[in-house]
Write a protein of this length. Structure first.
Length: 148
């Protein structure tokens, strides 16, 4: 047996239907589309996304997509109440120490200190950004704020 002797199994291959090639073929005149109606016409039929007359999904969706500021900076936020729990008096609060204590997940994300909670210890805060109330609480406790 040679490769050129191989043939498909009988009945496994079917000749394609050649429509519109004369009435003798059995598929002439209307070419299997029937006599009248939307689908018998050229260009007829329902387009993709047609839902039987129901308002299609692409028309139900909101038209305008909104806006995302590409220059927005996302800060990892830490409240002063958390600093009160984690740090002893006189310690320095910076990105490395916050990361070491497991407060923030990444050293590259900028950190902002917010003013929720109370602070009684003197802390040196060296961080990216500090809110007004947080700065007031740190300085009232005798600490310093250094924005790096």
């Amino acid at each position: 047996m040679q490769l050129n002797d191989l043939t498909p199994a009988p009945g496994s291959r079917k000749a394609r239907k050649r429509v519109g090639r004369g009435n003798a073929s059995g598929h002439g005149t209307t070419a299997g589309r029937g006599d009248k109606g939307q689908n018998s016409r050229s260009g007829g039929g329902k387009g993709p996304g047609f839902e039987g007359g129901q308002n299609p999904l692409h028309m139900r969706m909101p038209k305008l997509g909104g806006f995302k500021n590409r220059n927005r900076v996302e800060y990892a936020v830490v409240n002063v109440g958390r600093l009160e729990d984690l740090y002893a008096a006189g310690e320095t609060v910076d990105v490395d120490s916050l990361f070491a204590k497991g407060v923030i997940k990444s050293k590259t994300t900028p950190v902002k200190i917010l003013g929720d909670g109370e602070l009684t210890k003197k802390l040196d805060v060296k961080i990216d950004k500090v809110s007004g109330p947080a700065r007031a609480k740190v300085e009232a406790a005798g600490g310093t704020v250094d924005l790096s």
